[in-house]
Design a protein around this ligand. Structure first.
Ligand code: ATR
Length: 272
């Protein structure tokens, strides 16, 4: 019997058990995926001794993504570039970490709008927190030429941009309309929706061909996406990123690359 879990503090809100539980049943795998709350006091020792636990691996959510990454013997992909991990597994008994948020973001767009990246010369990201960094890294990896980063607190946009050399152009909210007008892909990476706040976006300035997505998936149709849809733009909700970021972990722990399909999506939507 293989065991995996989601770790964080708090962690009871996580939809990961639903996603992995769905796949374990679908592929008839003898395994379980549980919830393991890890308090901040316990975090350093928990991840340091993870390799000798009974788990084959874990997901990591806030606030432990940095601690878990630092505890790993080896860091791959975005975990190596960003020093933040969301997926852990063991190789030769040693802890390995990756960050699949960015690849999940790309896979979600690939599934929803095939060919989007060939048409994306310029991406605009609103918000400069942790989620934003993972998405910028993914866009850089995919080869998007121009990345505009607009944040309410302009200094934070600059702090994020310096990590990506000259690939990212930072600005404050006053530049939103101008930057929007040249963007092929527009991403809301702020947590504004979670606190009920609404961003004021001049959608009439966007390109008619722009694709608009939001990293927030509760509610599925955020005010940001509703505004874009009312302006006739193509929108992609944030649920796909959540589903796709789970794929590499499941494959590492349970040996099957799981599919993200309408049935899984419906199961998670019913739980939102
Ligand atoms: P996460 O890790 O989820 O990205 P975070 O690091 O707390 O969360 O970042 C939250 C982001 O949402 C920031 O870019 C924040 O802007 P500030 O840097 O100015 O704080 C942005 N944000 C949160 N509430 C917002 C609001 N009401 N309007 C605009 N931006 C908001």
């Amino acid at each position: 019997m293989l065991h995996a879990c989601v770790t964080g503090w708090p962690v009871s809100h996580s939809r990961s058990p639903l996603i992995h539980g769905f796949w374990l049943r679908r592929y008839k795998i003898e395994g379980d995926y549980s919830v393991r709350p890890v308090s901040p006091q316990e975090a350093v020792s928990f991840y340091a001794s993870f390799a000798s636990s009974s788990y084959a691996g874990a997901n990591v959510t806030v606030p432990h993504k940095e601690v878990a990454c630092a505890a790993a013997f080896k860091r791959c992909g975005a975990a190596e570039r960003l020093d933040v991990a969301n997926t852990l597994w063991l190789e030769d008994g040693r802890l390995v970490a990756d960050n699949t948020d960015g690849t999940g973001f790309l896979a979600s767009l690939d599934q929803a709008v095939p060919g989007w990246s060939e048409k994306t010369g310029c991406a605009l990201i609103v918000g400069a927190g942790g989620a934003s960094r993972a998405v910028i890294d993914a866009l850089v990896q995919r080869g998007v030429e121009r990345i505009e980063l607009v944040n309410r607190t302009e200094r934070r946009a600059h702090d994020v941009a310096v990590r990506f050399a000259d690939k990212v152009r930072p600005a404050g909210f006053d530049a939103l309309a101008e930057r929007l007008s040249s963007a092929d892909l527009v991403i809301n990476a702020t947590s504004a929706g979670l606190s009920g706040a609404e961003l004021t976006v001049p959608w009439d300035r966007a390109k008619d061909s722009a694709i608009v997505t939001d990293l927030t998936y509760v509610p599925l149709q955020t005010p940001f996406l509703r505004g874009a849809a009312s302006a006739g733009l193509t929108t992609v909700d944030g649920l796909g990123m959540l589903l796709h970021q789970a794929v590499p972990g499941f494959e590492r722990w349970f040996g099957v690359r799981p599919e993200v399909d309408a049935e899984l999506r419906a199961a998670v939507v019913a739980d939102l």
